[in-house]
Design a protein around this ligand. Structure first.
Ligand SMILES: NC(=O)c1ccc[n+]([C@@H]2O[C@H](COP(=O)([O-])OP(=O)(O)OC[C@H]3O[C@@H](n4cnc5c(N)ncnc54)[C@H](OP(=O)(O)O)[C@@H]3O)[C@@H](O)[C@H]2O)c1
Length: 312
C-alpha cells in the first residue's frame, strides 16, 4: 500500500482528519489528491499493493483509523465488465461492502462514488436520488450492488455520490479519445441518441469535499433536516448527447491544437455496437446536492473550457 509520504500532500497538517483514499491511482483520485483542501491528511491505496476485494486487507485499515474513507476504486471498463462479470461484482459490488464494514467498526465516514448507469434510461426528465434503479449492463448491476452493500450494512455515515460521463487529467476518457481521433481522422461518427451530462473530475472532487463540509455545518438544510448522509447525484449542469459533447470538445480543442477532423456525424446507437447496453437518457437532478451544500453546479461547457485551459 502506498503511504502518504510518497504523495504530494503539501496541505497536510499533523492532527488533521485522515482520509484513506481507495483507488488512489485513478482519474478521479488524481483530482482528489490535487485539490485536497488544507486540513486533511491523505493515505493512498491502490492495486497491486492494496486490493479492495480482499476483505482482511480492507479491515486491516482499522489500524490507520481514518476519519474518512473515500472510495474512488472501481472496475470502470463498462464493456470489459460484460466478459468479466465475476471480477466486476467483486470490485464494484463486494468491495464497497467491505469498506462499509470497516467504516462502521471505526466510526468513519464512507464516501463512495457510483454511476448514472444504475438507471435504465426510460425517464424523460432528470433522475432523482430516490428514483427506481434498473441497470442495463453488468457494470451498472455491479455498481448498484456496491450501493446496496453499503446501505444494507447498517452504516449510517455514508455518502454515495452518483456521477456520469467523467473526464479529467490522468485518465482515459471520452474527451481525450475525441481529441486523439480528431488528430488522426478527417471524419468522426458519434452516437446522438444517448443523452447525459459530462462531469469534470475537478468539479466532482470539490463537490465531495463540499459534502464532507456539510457534516460540520451548524444548520442542516431543509432537505437534510436530521443528518446529511445518503445518496447524492453530482454531474455538470445541463445535458447533451455524446455527439453534441464531441462537437463541443472539438470546437474547444481547436483553440489549443491542430486537428485533422473536418466532419463530425451523428449516428444512432445501432451504428456503433458495443458489448454493454447504455441508458438512452441518464441526466441526473442535482437539487439535493445544491440544497445540502448551498452551492451551484457549473455548466458542463464551462467546466470543459476550464479543463482545456488546465490541460495545456
Ligand atoms: N469514468 C466514468 O466515466 C465514470 C462515470 C460514472 C461513474 N464513475 C465512477 O467514478 C469512480 C472513479 O472513476 P475513474 O474513472 O476515476 O476510475 P479509474 O480511473 O478507472 O480508477 C479506478 C482505480 O481503481 C483501481 N482499482 C481497480 N480495482 C481495484 C481493486 N480491486 N482494489 C483497489 N483498487 C482497484 C484501478 O486500478 P487499475 O487501473 O490498476 O485497475 C484504478 O486506479 C468509479 O467509482 C466509477 O465507477 C466513473
Amino acid at each position: 500500500m502506498t503511504s502518504n509520504s510518497q504523495l504530494p500532500t503539501p496541505n497536510s497538517q499533523p492532527g488533521s482528519p485522515t482520509i484513506a483514499l481507495i483507488g488512489a491511482n485513478g482519474m478521479l483520485a488524481s483530482a482528489v489528491k490535487r485539490l485536497l483542501p488544507v486540513g486533511y491528511q491523505l493515505h493512498a491505496y491502490d492495486l497491486p499493493e492494496f486490493d479492495l476485494t480482499d476483505r482482511e486487507q480492507v479491515l486491516a485499515l482499522r489500524d490507520l483509523k481514518p476519519a474518512i474513507i473515500l472510495n474512488c476504486a472501481a472496475y470502470t471498463n463498462v464493456d470489459g465488465c460484460e466478459s468479466h462479470s465475476e471480477l466486476a461484482m467483486r470490485v464494484n459490488g463486494e468491495g464497497p461492502g467491505f469498506l462499509a464494514q470497516l467504516a462502521a467498526e471505526i466510526d468513519a465516514v464512507l464516501v463512495h462514488v457510483s454511476t448514472d448507469f444504475v438507471f435504465s434510461g426510460d425517464k424523460k426528465e432528470p433522475y432523482r436520488e430516490e428514483d427506481p434503479t434498473g441497470p442495463l449492463s453488468v457494470y451498472g448491476i455491479s455498481k448498484l450492488l456496491g450501493e446496496q452493500r453499503i446501505i444494507q450494512s447498517g452504516l449510517e455515515k455514508y455518502f454515495i455520490v452518483r456521477t456520469s460521463w467523467l473526464y479529467g487529467l490522468g485518465g482515459n476518457n471520452f474527451v481525450e479519445t475525441m481529441v486523439r481521433l480528431a488528430k488522426e481522422r478527417t471524419e468522426l461518427k458519434v452516437v446522438d441518441d444517448q443523452r447525459g451530462t459530462p462531469t469534470w473530475t475537478d468539479d466532482l472532487a470539490e463537490a465531495i469535499f463540499k459534502l464532507l463540509a456539510v457534516i460540520d455545518a451548524p444548520h442542516p438544510s431543509p432537505l437534510t433536516p436530521h443528518q446529511p448522509y445518503g445518496i447524492y447525484h453530482f454531474s455538470g449542469e445541463g445535458e447533451c448527447s455524446w455527439y453534441q459533447f464531441a462537437v463541443e470538445i472539438i470546437d474547444q480543442a481547436r483553440k489549443f491544437e491542430g486537428l485533422k477532423v473536418e466532419n463530425i456525424l451523428p449516428i444512432p446507437t445501432e451504428g456503433y455496437p458495443l458489448p454493454a447496453q447504455r441508458p438512452k437518457y441518464s441526466v441526473m437532478s442535482k437539487e439535493k446536492y445544491k440544497a445540502a451544500t448551498g452551492i451551484q453546479v457549473p455548466d458542463w461547457r464551462e467546466s470543459l473550457r476550464k479543463y482545456f485551459e488546465k490541460r495545456t
